[in-house]
Write a protein that binds this ligand. Structure first.
Ligand code: NAP
Length: 440
């Protein structure tokens, strides 16, 4: 029986138990994996306690990866050079420390065929993950390594970090690696480098895995640049820890199985439903009824705007559409922080791709597809600022937006008869997609 777990200060959202439990199941090993949250100052006593209680090994995370080193008997070469331990093995009364992030990153780069030999590698950040990337890329023959910090004077001297402003002076970047938490959930709107820096990069890697596609990666992809996220590194560092604890190597098939499981779990993590569609398509009534049928909460982004800023008609009249879109952006962010809710959105929410990136991350996007003739038959023009020119404005909006609704939709539900059959259709499709994810 392998007894393992994770030590850190705050572990509420850790994915490690799910990864290790899946690993035990896939590899046919009897094992446990628990979370041990400990406040600063409690590390030494916790290690003594777990060692006494027969634990095979532990993972270590923020903020203890460096502090833990003083309590170990032996530290592997890569961990001591990086200056951080993320895996401990208890064996014959001794404590051994390793850095399996190093192997995780190696697998991430090699699987994505990102070759750093003789290349210019730019590493954003100067923390533990940056030092790991710094060592690994040196070991694999990088030609030049440039480390970037918000405070280069304060950063570890060994890294010779430069400031973000100096990135403009580089003509070309072969591999850009983000090792900062900038862009990580819930602060998904953040990207530390400019578009011009991204555009001169040949490949972009982000060690963040939640969301799987950060703003940095989205921008890089939109410029046609090859990208990779940190999910494979997360899984690979976990299985490498298991190799240390169980003194065995595991096949590529096991790595792949666990990785596929974690990826599908990330997709299923969405516990919200987001309704998008044209004004008058029935999003609010369908949303309220759907929420009640599924025992979920209900949020309407237009109501959120009106609660904070007053009538939408007046916002359009007095401040104009662009101010309204800013308010809508804020409402999307508020809605995206809710859990177990049906979110009915304003018709224009899809115009800002940041809204959709965020909402796609937290919910299944359902496009309420009301055919144009039905929209024209029964829409109330009054009270809808963008339709003040009458029904021809509706036809134009439909032309502009229909493709965007389809692009972002996970599920398309036609609303051409009564709303109850549309709701039943949505519930069926949600069930189907759940089964599909479980099969994957
Ligand atoms: P860390 O030790 O706290 O270092 C992060 C570094 O990023 C800091 O030293 C800081 O450098 C910079 N930074 C911090 N906040 C920032 C912000 N708001 N904007 C710009 N730069 C900021 O953390 P870490 O352990 O290295 O982890 C960093 C990230 O890598 C996290 O997102 C973590 O989830 C991810 N990670 C992923 C894996 C994986 O398996 N995929 C493994 C390890 C880490 P400066 O002050 O010098 O700018």
């Amino acid at each position: 029986m392998i007894k393992s777990g994770l030590i850190g200060e705050r572990l509420g959202h850790s994915m490690s138990p799910a990864i290790h439990k899946k690993f035990y199941k896939t590899a046919g090993i009897k094992g446990s994996y628990e979370l041990f949250e400990t406040p600063v100052g409690g590390l030494s006593a916790l290690l003594d306690d777990l060692e006494k209680n027969g634990y095979t090994g532990l993972n270590v995370t923020i903020p203890y990866k460096t502090e833990v080193m003083q309590y170990l008997n032996e530290i592997s070469a890569e961990a001591s050079e990086i200056g951080a331990v993320n895996t401990i093995l208890f064996k014959n009364g001794k404590r051994y420390g390793y850095n399996t992030d190093y192997y995780g990153l190696e697998m991430l780069l090699s699987t994505n065929r990102i070759d750093v030999q003789d290349k210019r590698v730019v590493i954003l950040g100067t923390g533990g993950a940056a030092k790991c990337a710094y060592k690994l890329t040196a070991d694999f023959g990088a030609g030049e390594r440039v480390v970037v910090s918000r405070n280069p004077q304060k950063a570890d001297m060994k890294l010779c970090a430069i400031g973000y402003d100096k990135l403009d002076e580089l003509d070309l970047i072969d591999v850009l690696i983000n090792t900062t938490p900038a862009g990580m959930s819930p602060n998904v709107d953040v990207c530390t480098v400019s578009d011009s820096v991204i555009q001169k990069s040949a490949q972009v890697v982000d060690l963040i895995y939640n969301p799987m596609q950060t703003l940095l990666l989205r921008k890089a992809e939109s410029f046609g640049i090859k990208t990779a996220n940190g999910l494979l590194m997360l899984v690979a560092q976990a299985i490498k820890a298991q190799e240390i604890w169980t003194s065995r190597e595991y096949s590529q098939a096991i790595y792949t199985d666990v990785f596929d499981y974690v990826r599908s779990m990330m997709k299923q993590h969405k516990d919200n439903i987001v309704l998008i569609g044209m004004p008058g398509s029935g999003k609010s009534s369908i949303g309220m009824q759907l929420a009640s049928n599924l025992n979920m909460g209900f949020v309407d982004t237009d109501s959120l705007i009106e609660e904070d800023y007053g009538s939408i008609v007046k916002i359009f009249e007095q401040k104009g559409e662009s101010v309204f879109r800013d308010y809508e952006r804020k409402a999307a962010q508020i809605a995206a922080n809710r859990s177990n809710v049906v979110i009915s959105t304003g018709g224009g929410i899809i115009l800002d791709e940041r809204n959709m990136a965020e909402l796609s991350r937290i919910g299944t996007i359902v496009f309420i597809d009301r055919p144009l003739n039905k929209l024209l038959e029964d829409i109330e023009i009054c009270g809808r600022p963008l339709l003040s020119d009458g029904k021809s404005a509706l036809v134009k909006l439909h032309e502009q937006r229909d493709g965007l609704y389809r692009k972002y939709a996970d599920i398309i539900a036609v609303n051409s008869a009564d709303i109850n059959s549309c709701i039943a259709n949505i519930i069926n499709k949600l069930e189907e997609s759940k089964h599909e994810n479980t099969r994957n």
